[in-house]
Design a protein around this ligand. Structure first.
Ligand code: UD1
Length: 428
């Protein structure tokens, strides 16, 4: 298994190109199921999760072709076509490796009138149920059956679902995405109340509209979708990854450096940039991205995670690593997932001083961190260890690199280019 080795203590300076957003890619890819025409996605990140999603779609009968990048385009270009679906079953083996597989449930139901997906089960950051995905589809006319670890959603008489109204009791990104992808081909109107407003949802709505869907209220928590008979193909560029950009902004902060996040969109990440500024970093928005520079000692912060436009749970671990080096006590509260402090014991092994009580954490700033061998259980937690390693004295070895490969494209290359001493080693 690969590991990443970092010799810390270097001030990072330079530009990092921001890749296409993983979480947007994982909801744009299943839109290929909604049409028999070609869907071309550009600016797709080269990530293990994107490849896995491609394999899942292949199993369902969608052809995928990765093409050369054309002039003026970034990332990978993939053309997907679902002439005919071979299967409407997403098996356990796929879903257990990638939770986002649940996002085929809605579009497959819309297109084929039925959809069977393995239940994802728990994961490292908590229970993560899918009850809201199912309740929303049910409100839109689907019949839901649970058996042998699978959920089957079907439209009455194998036809189309009718659409309907659903109010989410808590904001859910994935459930909003599934409901949207099901609603666009329903026979009638769907209204989603308290829908998630994350930029990735806006990206999904924009793609669906480009394919011929009728959606009002894009960017708000009240979405009105009028089902259409048919959607068509199109070419669409995946939005930039706001979490990758925020992670590298923290790399500038923790190393006292200055990094230009090329391609990052300020409007997607204001909660992050506000927190960076409160922490004492200089944040400059420019035509093609955001520049973040450290200006002396980091200041402590109080942060609570919340649905967009609040502070993203996917940024909590990276900020925690950075705040280990702040001048004073920071207070963090995780309100979205119940078990998202798995990085804390590992950060402590590097010299961090953090107290956790339930969903709250107090980070007591320390004068320095020291390198160690560490491992993490999820993607963002792994990134927090990379950040700590960049600032630590001596060598840090980060194990279980496969978590990072799920969400950070060319991590070592991007960090080396701004001055980090970092390399991947293969264990034979
Ligand atoms: C997505 C992101 C993930 C991010 C999260 C929150 C993708 C592939 N993943 O995950 O990176 O951390 O949004 O911004 O885009 N909930 C229920 N029932 C449900 C669904 C969710 O109770 O049916 C709860 C969850 O347990 C959690 C909260 O709602 O407490 C938010 O979860 P949700 O927004 O659905 O997260 P994901 O879509 O899984």
């Amino acid at each position: 298994m690969d590991s990443i080795h970092i010799v810390g203590g270097k001030r990072l300076e330079g530009a990092i190109p921001i890749s296409g957003a993983k979480n947007a890619a994982l909801t744009l890819l299943p839109c290929a199921l909604l049409t028999d025409e070609k869907l071309t996605l550009t600016n797709l990140p080269r990530l293990a999760d994107v490849d896995s999603f491609g394999h899942l779609l292949n199993m369902l009968g969608v052809s995928t072709k990765v093409e050369g990048v054309k002039k003026g385009e970034f990332g990978r270009r993939m053309t997907l076509q679902a002439d005919d679906l071979h299967s409407t079953v997403a098996p356990y083996d796929m879903v257990r490796r990638m939770r986002a597989s649940i996002l085929v449930l809605g579009p497959m139901l819309a297109r084929a009138g039925e959809s069977t997906v393995s239940l994802p089960g728990g994961c490292a950051i908590g229970d993560r149920p899918i009850d809201l995905h199912l309740r929303a589809l049910e409100a839109m006319g689907a019949e839901i059956e649970l058996a042998a670890g699978y959920v089957k959603a079907s439209a009455p008489n194998g036809g189309r679902i009718s659409g309907g109204d659903f109010s989410f009791p808590v904001v859910s990104v994935g459930a909003t995405e599934n409901a949207l992808m099901a609603a666009v081909l329903a026979t009638g109107r769907t209204q989603l109340f308290n829908a998630a407003r994350e930029p990735e949802i806006v990206d999904l709505c924009n793609l669906l509209v480009a394919m011929g869907a009728q959606i009002q209220g894009i960017g708000s928590s009240h979405l009105i979708i009028d089902g259409v008979e048919k959607l068509h193909g199109c070419t669409y560029a995946v939005m930039p990854d706001r979490i990758e950009a925020g992670s590298y902004a923290c790399a500038a902060g923790i190393t006292g450096g200055s990094i230009d996040l090329v391609g990052a969109r300020p409007e997607d990440m204001l909660a992050t940039t506000n927190a960076l500024a409160q922490c004492g970093l200089i944040v400059e928005f420019h035509d093609n991205g955001i520049k973040v520079s450290a200006d002396g000692k980091l200041r402590p912060l109080a942060l609570s995670t919340a649905p967009f436009p609040g502070f993203a749970t996917d940024m909590q671990a990276q900020f925690m690593a950075m705040l280990c080096m702040a001048d004073g006590e920071s207070f963090l509260e995780e309100t979205i997932f119940e078990n998202r402090y798995m990085h804390v014991p590992e950060l402590r092994r590097m010299g961090a001083n953090i107290d956790v009580r339930g969903r709250s954490a107090i980070v007591h700033g320390v004068n320095g961190l020291t390198g160690a061998s560490v491992m993490a259980t999820d993607l963002r937690a792994s990134m927090s260890l990379i950040l700590a390693g960049l600032a630590a004295e001596g060598e840090t070895e980060v194990l279980r690199v496969y978590h990072l490969d799920r969400g950070y494209e060319r991590l070592e290359e991007k960090l080396s280019a701004v001055g980090a001493t970092i390399e991947r080693r293969s264990a034979g």
